[in-house]
Design a protein around this ligand. Structure first.
Ligand code: PLP
Length: 411
């Protein structure tokens, strides 16, 4: 667990926290949308363009060789970070959204009319729409598992959703709205009994949980760099080697081919088979530096500090008159530091605007999860989500801000 002094030291590595919004210091509580970047990440970007910029896997010249080595080192770093068996199981993509689209597209040949795909009602739009489109194209059926009022999965009758037609299950590891950690290991075990593949949307996971894809025995796992102090526009698809080898490529072009003639083209081996075109080389290399940053802090240290922030915030938010918290569970071991709520009959945008004027950045609206908004019968929510640079004082300031908003808006 970090001391207050250590937190101050961590904060000093985030230049943006010195910025004033209107006339107040930024209080950034929209970390589930994207986290801020520490100096070493910002500097890694400048360093790449100043000393290494070149294309990879092609040139035999010095710079190209250096950049290729760096990219492949980050692949290995991510392999270790998530405990994958082979580094070739790590495919670089634009991020979570593209990774899910890749799987939904590459799996097309396996899906037949009448087959079934299972998702849940808490999913982010990027884990709904690709499956919806695939089902429409192939005449497959999309099945939706529901949750209890408190946000927990209805695991009890989960098995009744399965049949020999179930081909793939795609579920989030941590809900970006409720912060609830879903029982993915049990879900994977059940799905495998029916020979269904499982994709886990782990966008909210890295730097929040210690991730072990082999222990989970998951078939596909996806996340982005930008929610773990890294750059935007880069993420991964992890897939079991045997399964990835069977899937069709997603895009076609340079890098992903072995031989091209006008009669016939053969494809590269993993991972390049799924990495057509020049990738986000800078993004990959800079992400490596964000992973170093996370490892140096230690995931368990980050986790226990954020848990303290979560418990403090939930306790005090719950004491505000007229507040409604969603996914408000007692067992904090099953919740990451994301809290969504509404205040009386106030519109979330009005509350968000007043908080913004105070320099507090929160997320408002449907949070990319309209079906979940429908489940709770609301049009939107206010979401606060913490990172390692947030403090108890900032939470006090948030609480003051919420009371202020109520006073102004409820007149
Ligand atoms: C952020 C998020 C996504 C989308 O991630 P991108 O980086 O925008 O592709 C998908 N699922 C969940 C649970 C998320 O939190």
């Amino acid at each position: 667990m970090f001391s207050e002094k250590e937190i101050q030291k961590i904060r000093s590595q985030f230049p943006i926290l010195k910025k004033k919004i209107y006339s107040n210091y930024l209080v950034y509580m929209d970390n589930a949308a994207t986290t801020q970047k520490p100096l070493q990440v910002i500097q890694a970007s400048q360093n790449y363009y100043s000393t290494m910029n070149s294309n990879i896997h092609r040139g035999l010249h010095y710079l190209s060789h250096q950049a290729t080595l760096c990219v492949e080192n980050v692949r290995k770093k991510i392999q270790k970070f998530i405990h994958a068996k082979y580094s070739s199981e790590i495919i670089f993509t634009k991020g979570t959204t593209e990774s899910i689209n890749l799987v939904a597209s590459s799996i097309e040949a396996i899906i037949k009319k009448g087959d079934e795909i299972i998702i849940s009602c808490v999913e982010h739009h990027s884990n709904i729409v690709p499956w919806q489109i695939l089902c429409k194209k192939k005449g497959a059926v999309l099945k939706i598992i529901s949750i209890y009022e408190n946000g927990f999965f209805q695991l009890k009758n989960f098995e009744s959703f399965f049949s020999e037609r179930t081909k793939i299950v795609s579920i989030s590891h941590i809900s970006n709205v409720l912060g609830i950690i879903n029982p993915v290991k049990s879900i994977i075990q059940i799905a495998h009994k029916y020979d269904a593949l499982v994709l886990i949307d782990g966008a909210q996971v890295p730097s929040n949980l210690d991730l072990n894809v082999q222990d989970l025995n998951v078939d596909f796992y996806v996340f982005s760099a930008h929610k773990m102090y890294g750059p935007t526009g880069i993420g991964i698809l992890y897939g079991k080697k045997k399964i990835l080898e069977k899937l069709d490529p997603y895009q076609f072009g340079g890098e992903m081919i072995k031989n091209v003639s006008f009669d016939r083209t053969t494809y590269s081996d993993l991972p390049l088979k799924f990495e057509a075109g020049t990738p986000n080389i800078e993004g990959i290399i800079v992400w490596g530096s964000a992973i170093d940053f996370v490892k140096k802090m230690g995931i368990s240290n980050i986790q226990s500090y954020k848990k303290k922030l979560l418990m403090y915030a939930v306790k005090h938010l719950n004491s505000i008159d007229g507040i409604q918290l969603y996914g408000d569970i007692m067992d904090f071991s099953k919740k990451s530091s994301i809290i969504s709520f509404n205040l009386d009959e106030l519109h979330c945008f009005d509350v968000g605007c007043i908080l913004d004027r105070l320099g507090i950045a929160v997320r408002t609206g449907h949070l990319c999860a309209q079906p979940l908004m429908n489940f709770f019968k609301v049009s939107g929510m206010i979401r606060v989500s913490f990172s390692v640079y947030n403090t108890f004082q900032e939470i006090d300031y948030l609480l003051e801000g919420i009371l202020k908003a109520k006073k102004i808006l409820l007149k």
